[in-house]
Design a protein around this ligand. Structure first.
Ligand SMILES: Cc1cc2nc3c(=O)[nH]c(=O)nc-3n(C[C@H](O)[C@H](O)[C@H](O)COP(=O)(O)OP(=O)(O)OC[C@H]3O[C@@H](n4cnc5c(N)ncnc54)[C@H](O)[C@@H]3O)c2cc1C
Ligand code: FES
Length: 513
């Protein structure tokens, strides 16, 4: 089974791209390390292990980078997006220092790989600027500045900023960076393959059985026996509960606006609002123009607000036009899914309860690019039984004791979504427009019904196969999104994002169809 479409909005990175292609897995395989998922996390692990001469195979049911990595804005930051003040609260000052060092090391590692593999991905060191935003005071900025200093970075507190529209007071973080994420990922895949890594696309991993060896079954029939397995599927597909209660899925939105070349300083900008905004420049296909990428407006996945992409993109546009003069038309709009850990840091290491040969990387937050590079180095060390200064910080089995409030809030919201079973449907069959979908109630059944452009109905159960929440229609990405732990399905009900690893079950049409 090949991966279904992850969403119908098209990120800027895909345009004009020449992607390498890799075969599907058609035969049984014995390998030292099998990696499920070829996004930034999985490919980074593959590359690092291949550089150490370890035989690895990467298996993806779509294409390399075709998951959330193609939907990123690819800021490479050591300025933690959940803020150092929060990290100190949740993990302590020493842990905040290790976190800052690990993200800085990730940027350095990406820079070295770009040089070593001669990857033409526009890697560029830029400053990062943190601004206040609505509802925040200068005291908040001062506290963050002090916490960033304690974390070992070299921030600079400014009272006159190079982005007056974003405010006067800000913190400058030197030595941040930006890249073209897909060109980088493709370079990483080529580099890993040149060192003997096997890369397979279009191959769905249907089952992971722990043991020695760990066994994978794929939906094309081939099976894989591996001494070690790394699950890098963005949301883990091999556990029902572990990890899913410690992170929540959000949808983040991006617009790209045309702007005359040189009119905006090249930098990364963020504000401290909740949800926050993020800004960077990138190349345009138009002569003498660049594209200003403006992201944010994050909302919990599967909710009405998250599914109203029109309003989210319009809010981003209003925000950008209020702050940046000389903006031209909006030339790109897209959205993607982010797994937010309740305590701000990714989960990278031995999978909880999974023995010593099963590893996981998830909880990317808005820093998934650097978390992915960290996963590459950390999981390499764990697989090779080397010590790592980052192991306990990112341990997937850690308890978010000091983030108990955030833990309770996210899980209460999840629990509230089970009440969707008591509600009616969103529409009746005749109300479903062409190329649109709605949840329809019939007695005890809740059905996910999509009407295709020819008017034919495609009917699936609206029950998420992960843990039974009711999915919701996302009209812009044309996917069924589960508000509980982030599973998503294309309009025909085929799974596109975990933790569910199965399609929505087929159902008879309601009534007489
Ligand atoms: C709008 C947006 C903006 C962002 N901006 C930034 C930013 O500026 N900086 C930053 O650091 N991060 C950012 N992020 C986060 C970051 O981009 C992601 O966290 C990161 O790309 C995720 O990488 P991944 O490898 O974990 O997952 P993915 O890229 O999703 O890769 C997982 C892969 O697993 C495959 N897979 C899943 N299930 C199976 C299966 N059963 N069998 C086989 N293969 C499977 C999928 O096909 C996919 O290719 C952003 C994210 C979004 C959505
Ligand atoms: S993702 Fe867990 S119930 Fe749907």
């Amino acid at each position: 089974m090949a991966r279904a479409e992850d969403g119908t909005s098209v990120p800027i990175w895909v345009q004009g791209l020449e992607a390498p292609t890799f075969p599907a897995l058609e035969r049984d395989l014995d390998v030292e390390v099998a990696i499920v998922g070829a996004g930034i996390a999985g490919m980074s692990v593959a590359y690092e292990l291949a550089c150490c001469g370890v035989p690895v195979a990467v298996i993806d049911d779509g294409s390399v980078g075709g998951g959330q990595t193609q939907r990123t804005t690819a800021h490479l930051a050591s300025a933690i997006d959940d803020r150092f003040t929060s990290l100190e609260k949740w993990h302590g000052a020493e842990a905040a220092r290790i976190a800052a060092a690990s993200h800085a090391a990730a940027i350095d590692r990406i820079e070295r790989i770009v040089e070593q593999e001669a990857i033409d991905c526009g890697f560029e060191r830029v400053d990062g600027f943190l601004f206040l935003g609505r509802g925040k005071s200068r005291a908040d900025l001062d506290l963050e500045y002090e916490a960033a200093r304690r974390a070992g970075l070299a921030p600079e507190r400014l009272d006159i900023s190079p982005f007056p529209g974003l405010g006067a007071a800000c913190i400058r973080f030197p030595r941040q960076a930006q890249i073209h994420p897909l060109r980088y990922l493709h370079g990483l895949a080529r580099g890993a393959a040149a060192r003997g890594a096997l890369v397979f696309e279009g191959t769905h991993v249907a089952r992971i059985e722990e043991g020695e060896p760990v066994r994978l079954s794929t939906s094309r029939g081939a099976s894989v026996r591996a001494r070690n397995v790394v699950v890098a599927t963005n949301a883990p597909i091999h556990t029902l509960f572990a990890l899913h209660t410690k992170q929540a899925a959000y949808r983040s939105f991006v617009i790209g606006l045309s702007v005359p070349e040189g009119s905006v300083q090249r930098a990364l900008c963020w504000d401290m609002e909740d949800p926050y905004h993020y800004v960077r420049l990138c190349e345009s296909v138009e002569p003498a123009q660049e594209v200003l990428l403006v992201g944010g407006e994050d909302r919990r996945l599967g909710t009405r607000e998250a599914n109203d992409a029109g309003e989210r993109h319009a809010a981003l546009e209003r925000w950008a036009r209020d702050r940046f003069p000389a903006l031209g038309p909006v030339v790109h709009r897209w959205s993607g899914e982010v797994m937010e850990p309740v305590d701000g840091l990714a989960f990278i290491g031995a999978s909880p309860g999974g023995g010593s040969h099963l590893f996981v990387a998830t909880g990317d937050s808005g820093m998934g690019m650097t978390h992915g590079a960290i996963a590459g180095m950390l999981l390499r060390d764990l697989v090779l039984h080397r010590p790592s200064p980052w192991a306990s910080l990112y341990d997937p089995s850690r308890k978010p004791v000091r983030a108990a409030l955030e833990y309770a809030r996210e899980n209460l919201e999840t629990a509230a979504h089970y009440l969707d079973w008591l509600r009616g449907g969103d529409a009746s069959l005749p109300e479903i427009a062409v190329d649109s979908g709605a949840v329809v109630r019939e007695g005890l059944r809740k059905l996910a019904v999509y009407r295709d452009p020819d008017g034919a109905l495609h009917v699936r159960s609206a029950t998420c196969p992960h843990l039974g929440c009711v999915v919701a229609w996302n009209g812009v990405e044309r996917t069924w999104d589960c508000p509980c732990h982030g599973s998503r399905f294309d309009r025909f009900g085929r799974v596109v994002h975990g933790p569910a690893n199965r399609d929505l079950a087929p159902e008879e049409p309601p009534g007489n169809g």
